[in-house]
Structures are given as C-alpha cells and as structure tokens.
Design a protein around this ligand. Sequence first.
Ligand SMILES: [Zn+2]
Length: 453
Amino acid sequence: MSAITTYLEENKPRQLEELIEWLRMPSISTLSEHKADMLAAAEWLGARMREAGLEHVEVIPTEGNPLVYVDWLHAGADKPTVLVYGHYDVQPVDPLDEWETPPFEPDIRNENIYARGAADDKGQVYIHVKAVEALLQSEGALPVNVKFIVEGEEEAGSGALTAFVPANRDKLAANVCLISDSHILAPDQPSILYGLRGMWKGELTVTGPATDLHSGSYGGAIHNANQALAELLAALHDADGHITVPGFYDNVRPLSDEERAALAKVPYGEKELLEESGAPAAWGEPEYTIVERTGARPTLEINGMWGGFTGEGFKTVIPSKAHAKISCRLVPDQDPQRIGRLIEAYLQELAPPTITVALESTQGARPFIAPLDLPEMKAAAKAYAQVFGNEPVYTREGGSIPIVTVFQQALGAPVILMGFGLPDDRLHAPNEKFHIPNFYKGIQTSIAFMEEL
Ligand SMILES: [Zn+2]
C-alpha cells in the first residue's frame, strides 16, 4: 500500500470523530442567538485546517458571520491553483419533534451520520480538509496549490462573501473553483452537476377600488381585484405550460444534442416524478423530458396568492387589493433583472383599465452552466470514476447556488460542482444525514482530482 492509502486507512476513525465534533456546534446563521456558535464553528475549522498543514489561516470578521480563509501555495507557479468553497453555517432545525435523534447530537445509524449540517455542508467541506491533510501528512506536499474560502452565511444569502469575492480577486485568484455542496445520484452512481438555474422573484399587487366594497351595492359594476389577479396570473402560461411573457425565452441557450444525450442518461422520469411528488399527473412543456423541464428549462411559478376575505364564515366583499408572490427559475443566458422588467411590462399591458398593477422585484440570481469539455470537468470525471468504479453522468439542477456565478464572474475561473451527498439526505429538513462511505470516498476523490489536475 502506498503511504497515502495507509494514512487514509489508519486515520478513518479520527476523521469521522472530528466531523462529529464540528456537527455538535449549532451554527445556525439565520438565528441571531447563535452568533457565538458561528464564531466557534469558524475558529474550530481554522484550527483543524492549521493542524492539517494548511497555512495563513485567517478567520476574517465581516458585518455578518466570519469567513475562513487558508492556503497552501508551494506546488509551484507552473501548477494550477484550486479554490475550495464551502459553508459552515446550517439551516434551522424545526420542527424539532420530527427528529429521531437531536439535530446537534450526531448519531450513526446504517452507515449514515444523522445531524443538522451533516451533508449541507460541513461533511462535504471537511472532505477536502481531510484530503489535503492526508497528502501533506503522508507525502509532505500537494500536487496543486490550494486555497479555501468557507463562509457562514450560505443559508442566509451569502451577503459578506458576495462583497468579499470581487474585492479580493488577487487573494482568491485560482484556475478552478471546487464546490462540494450538492449530491450524486446514488452511492455507486457519481454525477457531475454542470448547470444550476438562476432565480427572479417578485410580488404583484393588483388594486381595484380604493377600499373593500359591499358586493350587494357594487357587485356587477366593479372589477373584483381577486378576479383580476386570477385573470392576470392565468395569462402568464399557455395551455402547454409555455410562459407567454413576450421575450421571456429570447436568451435561453438551446439544449445541444450532446447535452440532451447526456441528460437522457439520468435515470429519472415521469414514474419517479409522480412517486416522489404524489401528483396525479405530470405537467409542463411536452417537447421536453422531465429531467430537462426540472433542470434545463426556465419556469414561472405562482408561489402564493391572497386577497379579500379568507376567515371563518362569509363576508360578501369586493376586495380593493389582491396579491401574488411570483418567482422564476432561470437558465443561461437569462438575466434576472431583464426578466423582471419583461414580466412587469407584460402585466402592465395585460392590465385592464379597471385595475392598476404594481410589481416589486426582489433579489435575483444568475443561472450557471459549465462546458462539458472543460479539462477541469474531465479531471473531476476521472477522479469520480477511479474511486466509485463508475463513470459519472452529467446533470443540471433546478435549484440555485447564487455564489457560484459570483465566483465565476469575479475570478474568471471555471466552477466544478463535485458533490458527495445523496438525493435523500433531507437537506433543510428533519433527520438530515450524510452517507459515511461517501465521506471516505469523497476524501479519495478529492485527492484523485488534485492529482488529475
Ligand atoms: Zn449548502
């Protein structure tokens, strides 16, 4: 056995024990009562990174939670630099009574470790720390230069890091950005996530009469704001599920034959969709597969609608105002701000003279896509295949990781999303878990990736 294989084998229990220690820290970024836990979790990570042999450990204060930066830059200027990103903050835990074991008392059952943050994202961040440690402690050097930037606000909007990245381009400069905050398809089926949808959100208010009115006195002569809202919202899709907003699809990059062939290998279709969702039938653009619809096509969703009287009993009212929360999942090269303007213009155009409409857009996130033929992508594929014994399939995901495009734009480096979670890890939900064999295989894959690079 090589020195590194021996090292990894001998240190397995300790690697897991350390992760368990970190998982005990309730680093919930959205609750201010956990402020001290955030700093403790950041400092704990910095200390383990220092022990691993990484250098220049900094726990950087921000207006929000601290960032952890660290590097090892002795591979030589002719070797690539990898920037590893992750987050040490976790989601809140409620409903607490649905947890089989307490969220911050990690429990091992059936090869899984159950704890809040196990897969999202502490377990996946720690993979790379332990990979670097194994190389440095057994071989004394890394095959590439490495930097880490780990934030404590991913679940709260990444405010500090979004400002830090463009302001610290030199410090973070890298040839490739490596992120493990996603999942593979199955324990023996690695997958590479090469596309993420972006996001636009807005709140629509429809206003009819100046105040709520009695339907006995005014019904029949005044346009009901709830009805007008329903009419507007219904006009945003056609019968096949296409979005009717003029210009909405203008910048959507068509799916190439190569991509459609790659996506067709993902073992997921209508049967799985209906089983998972409990819906009676699938919906959406008939010319696209389920995998394409949920990952590679843009959407417009009505997330909530309210107005008028919804309490007990009846109140025969014509409401003055009606509201809807609307959001879009976007794909390359759609721009969230432009999409907001198009939706607003269309709603204004649709609005009859009987009402007025106002649309308030909130934050957006750009979509992400990485070319399948990038050398760094190929290195990731080789590393997965070597460790998992199976070639990875390529997937696109419906969700958004806004920080990905921040890195891509500020650093000009490709982003590789090398996940080690599983689809049933219950991120953000009770009984979050991380598959322990994936933790160890992840360490080996991270090492193989650095060597391939
Ligand atoms: Zn995450």
